[in-house]
Design a protein around this ligand. Sequence first.
Ligand SMILES: C[S@@+](CC[C@H](N)C(=O)[O-])C[C@H]1O[C@@H](n2cnc3c(N)ncnc32)[C@H](O)[C@@H]1O
Length: 304
Amino acid sequence: MRCGGAYAQHRGTRGAGRAYGAAEGRVRMDGRTVDVVDFDDFEAAGWRRQADAYDRHLAAVTARVAGPLLDAAGVVPGRRLLDLGTGPGQVAAAGAARGAEVVGVDAAPEMVALASLRHPGIRFQRADARRLPLPDASMDAVVGNFVILHVGQPEEVVAEAARVLAPGGVLALSTWDAPERCRLVGILIDALREIDLAAPPELPDGPPFFRFADVGEFSRLLRGAGFTEVRVGTVAFRHRVRTAAVLWQALIEGTVRSRALVLGQPAATRSAIRAAFERLAGAYATPDGLDVPVSVTIAAGVRP
Ligand SMILES: C[S@@+](CC[C@H](N)C(=O)[O-])C[C@H]1O[C@@H](n2cnc3c(N)ncnc32)[C@H](O)[C@@H]1O
């Protein structure tokens, strides 16, 4: 696969500053120079367009991480909770059900509209996680479920979370674990790796998709913004899906980068990817459909 290396296994770095220092929107990552402005614009447009499809296809899976993420953030009744990149609002709703005072923010107005429709009792607003319209020290917990892998410079998001957290407040973030453990995304990654393909021009190079599946890297991200008592763990569960075709549709319609990478290929390449995907998905077939392993990495730290 020659697709800019975004899906390559992250090689691991020492010290976020050295490998990820920004200069006018261009950042060195894993031996590549990434234009993070282009990447963020691409992601933002993608989530706006894919909001409904994401909600239909993937929100039920990511919602299963709400409990462990809120536990990691120590969310109990009365806590002021901010849900970054709230999407359709599942984590915000789970926080509200625990008795927290919740605000959910998302950069995509379509996601904010969906979340507000689904959970009318909760405050949702449009906001960029890198520049939150919230006062310093105004939150007790900040969470972000599958958001940190979608931003060009995660360091900015973590620094902004530190700003809005009160001393003693907790930040907890989740991301997909490595593709060999998180087969929900790993099946497609393996299929892509089998095929000789190039990234289409409309897909900008981006940060390594699995950067934070690396425990050291995830913990350095939080420590770099001053967080203490940093813990990184994984949550594993199985996701049942009727057929490989249904899983394919979820991963192509409900995502941004994977969708652009696959749909931007010539028809013959797309068919080859699909055939490899169906064959690899067969490893998880049961008499009742596919039973696919999911593994999620969660990092949490305390703002001193
Ligand atoms: C994979 S979805 C996750 C949605 C939800 N947290 C969940 O658990 O299903 C990523 C979400 O992050 C949002 N997002 C991406 N970059 C963002 C940013 N810089 N600020 C705020 N939201 C952002 C997207 O609009 C999208 O709704």
